[in-house]
Structure formats: structure tokens, C-alpha cells
Design a protein around this ligand. Structure first.
Ligand SMILES: [Zn+2]
Length: 176
């Protein structure tokens, strides 16, 4: 799978709920993990690979047993505040501090269609918020202060140039 980069329009889309978990979905999720590991990321959301679906994967420890899949996730509680450095596979070359809740509780479905709840803090809580933003079409760079946005403007311009070169007839939607 190819990871879409800023400013691909798919990254700005509020994704659709997944209605059905079939083999195609399970296979696609396995491919997402593979793509994420190859890119050395710890989270990857469906729109980042061009898939218009409310789904993301996270692996915070890098081990096989650390694989987590969130289908149609909802953050039901958030409290506290942290300001940690984040990066994003879709916005390469930018690492900036972003304000987030310290603890979150998330409700989601797994690949067996079972609903689960997860309470977390630390790195996982930040990843859950970062990936939840992705399926709402939001990138972490939109949460920066005005000074932060000014600091990354030259890099964003580079990414915009690369995008124009890669897609001469600008795409307007998610490929899948
Ligand atoms: Zn990201």
C-alpha cells in the first residue's frame, strides 16, 4: 500500500463508518500493519492509504501482540492535558508539539465485530487521538499555534510541490 501524503484530499475527508467486516477488510488491515511497519510508524488510519473508512490500526510496542485494530471508534471520555511531540507518516519531515488530552476512553469494534472499550494514557492515548483525527479528516498540523504553523510553512510548500509533481491531474477523492 502507498501512504498518501499531505495535501492529498483523502486526508481531509470525514470517513464513512464501516458497515461490514468481511475478508476483504481483514486482508486490507493486515496490509495496513505491513505498510505501517515498513514506514516505522506506530499508527495508521484508513484514509492514509486511500481508504474512506472509519478504521485505524495502532501498535505501540512493535510486537505482534501489540497489534490493535479500531473499527468505527468513538472517544467517549477525555481528560487532562499534555503537550508532546508528534509526527505523521502523511506529513513526513515535521515533528511538533501538539496539545492533547492526557487520558482517553475509546469505544470501538474489533475485526470480529465485537465492541470493546479501552482506557489509556501516555503514548497510546496520544496515538488514539491522532488516529481518530485522521478519520475525521484532520491532521495534527491543524492543531499548531500560529507560530508553529509559520515554522512548518516552508516544509508544507515542499510537500505541496511534490504532490503536484506526483499527481499532475489533482485527485479529488479517496481511491478506495
Ligand atoms: Zn498521522
Amino acid at each position: 500500500m502507498k501512504i498518501l501524503k499531505y495535501p492529498h484530499p483523502c486526508l481531509r475527508k470525514k470517513c464513512k463508518e464501516l458497515q461490514r467486516i468481511d475478508k476483504a477488510v481483514v486482508d486490507r488491515v493486515a496490509e495496513m500493519f505491513q505498510t505501517m511497519y515498513e514506514a516505522r510508524g506506530l499508527g495508521l488510519a484508513a484514509p492514509q492509504v486511500g481508504w474512506d473508512a472509519r478504521l485505524f490500526v495502532i501498535n505501540a510496542n512493535g510486537e505482534k501482540d501489540g497489534e490493535m485494530v479500531f473499527v468505527n471508534p468513538v472517544i467517549v471520555e477525555a481528560e487532562g492535558a499534555v503537550n508532546e511531540e508528534e509526527g505523521c507518516l502523511s506529513v513526513p519531515g515535521i515533528n511538533m508539539r501538539v496539545g492533547r488530552a492526557e487520558r482517553v476512553r475509546v469505544k470501538a469494534f474489533d475485526l470480529n465485530g465485537r465492541q470493546f472499550e479501552l482506557e489509556s494514557d501516555g503514548l497510546l492515548a496520544i496515538a488514539l487521538q491522532h488516529e481518530s483525527d485522521h478519520i475525521d479528516g484532520k491532521l495534527f498540523i491543524s492543531k499548531l499555534t500560529r507560530a508553529g504553523k509559520a515554522a512548518i510553512a516552508p516544509r508544507l510548500e515542499e510537500l505541496e510541490e511534490q504532490f503536484k509533481a506526483a499527481y499532475p491531474d489533482a485527485p479529488t477523492s479517496c481511491p478506495m
